[in-house]
Design a protein around this ligand. Structure first.
Ligand code: FAD
Length: 344
């Protein structure tokens, strides 16, 4: 259904640029993975440096890959638009209302008790705050910065005409888009995990991570070095122990859940919502047959092992990128250790 939400949607695909020999290997392997899963050239293809530069001129590009299966959006506009769409359909949205505890058939909130035949737990990174789901998910932060709107000269030099989203093949994920108002919004992982899966508003800002993002942005776009950074923000992602999202419902359909999208929830939540609708109404459909339905990830380790492990993996990821950038060779052993931790 088209809800007519204006969220600056532009389906420009994703360009992955490769900026070192190790990144070349990962880019080739990721397109190889697509072929393994039966996805052909129309889903992903390798690009030469000239083809990458033709799309977006990123400093240090050696080669790359492109998939058309991605769109740029403004997530705040999408969230607001979805809330309005829910209200138009007769749903009610209660903001600033904490769910404090739940029992089959009812939820106690800071604004009163709500009764429902089916309760859906969809609090993603905040899942550890529900006692039964304490170790199902950990909150891992993703942070972003945005430049001021950039000049016509800048865009003439860089290209980026078709709304492609952008990443490279380093291990510490970074991602970027040219916004509808001609800024670069640039994000990445690497902000610290907090002991006990704690979440606080103050964790949305980590100045060390913001500085690293600025550095990465300028390395990729040296001509943006004088651009003012006008916005800095972030938030927690929900990460299950096996890196696999899931949706599900209990036998008597009183309790359902969805989540663990890591950093890919914008579209996966849509699939989860449609799947939950079928699960809740008892409608057996191709969606309810998908392998993520009813999937149970194993639990995260208890503290302090969890904190030690996640912090160590963060350090390992940074060290792989630093070593590979310096030596121009893959850090094979460390990559293998990281892959075994992330389940890849
Ligand atoms: C900086 C950043 C960049 C991202 N970039 C991308 C991207 O490029 N592509 C992509 O696909 N995804 C991206 N994501 C991830 C994406 O935003 C999430 O996967 C998606 O929002 C998940 O949707 P959700 O509704 O399940 O959970 P959320 O959007 O996390 O919403 C969960 C909600 O539950 C509320 N909540 C928690 N506990 C309670 C409680 N006790 N009572 C009431 N409410 C509660 C929270 O306040 C929150 O509003 C990004 C995330 C961040 C932070």
């Amino acid at each position: 259904m088209d809800e007519g939400i204006d969220a600056s949607f532009l389906r420009g695909g994703t360009l992955t640029v490769s900026r070192s020999p190790s990144q070349d290997a990962r880019t080739i392997a990721s397109v190889g993975d697509d072929r393994f899963w039966g996805l052909g050239d129309q889903h992903s293809r390798l690009l030469t440096k000239a083809q990458c530069d033709e799309m977006i001129k990123v400093a240090g590009t050696r080669e790359g890959a492109f998939t058309p299966n991605c769109a740029r959006i403004n997530p705040a506009a999408l969230a607001r638009g979805l809330a309005i769409a829910v209200e138009k359909l007769g749903g009610r949205v209660f903001e600033q209302t904490d769910a404090l505890s739940l029992r089959p058939g009812s939820v106690n909130t800071s604004g009163g008790k709500i009764s429902a035949e089916t309760i859906v737990i969809a609090n993603e990174a905040w899942s550890p705050q529900i006692p039964e789901r304490k170790r199902s998910i950990v909150p891992i932060y993703s942070l972003m910065i945005a430049t001021e709107p950039l000049s016509k000269d800048f865009w003439n030099e860089i290209g980026w005409r078709n709304g492609e989203t952008l990443t490279d093949a380093r291990r510490m994920i970074i991602y970027a888009q040219r916004t509808a108002d001609d800024r670069i919004a640039f994000g990445g992982r690497g902000a610290p995990y907090h002991f006990g899966s704690r979440i606080k508003d103050s964790y949305d800002s980590d100045f060390r991570t913001f500085r690293l993002l600025e550095k990465a942005l300028i390395e990729m776009f040296p001509s943006a070095s004088d651009a003012a950074i006008t916005h800095r923000w972030g938030g927690p992602l929900g990460v299950p122990r096996d890196w696999e999202s899931s949706v599900g419902i209990n036998e008597n359909r009183s309790l359902a859940w969805a989540g663990g999208y890591i950093g890919d929830g914008v579209t996966t939540t849509n699939l989860a919502g449609r799947t939950l609708a079928d699960l809740i109404t008892g409608n057996s459909s191709p969606l309810t047959d998908l392998p993520w339905v009813g999937h149970q990830s194993k639990k995260w380790e208890v503290e302090p092992l969890r904190w030690l492990g996640i912090r160590a993996m963060g350090g390992l990821t940074r060290s792989i990128d630093a070593t590979e950038a310096r030596t121009k060779r893959p850090a094979r052993l460390r990559n293998r250790i990281l892959d075994s931790f992330t389940g890849h």
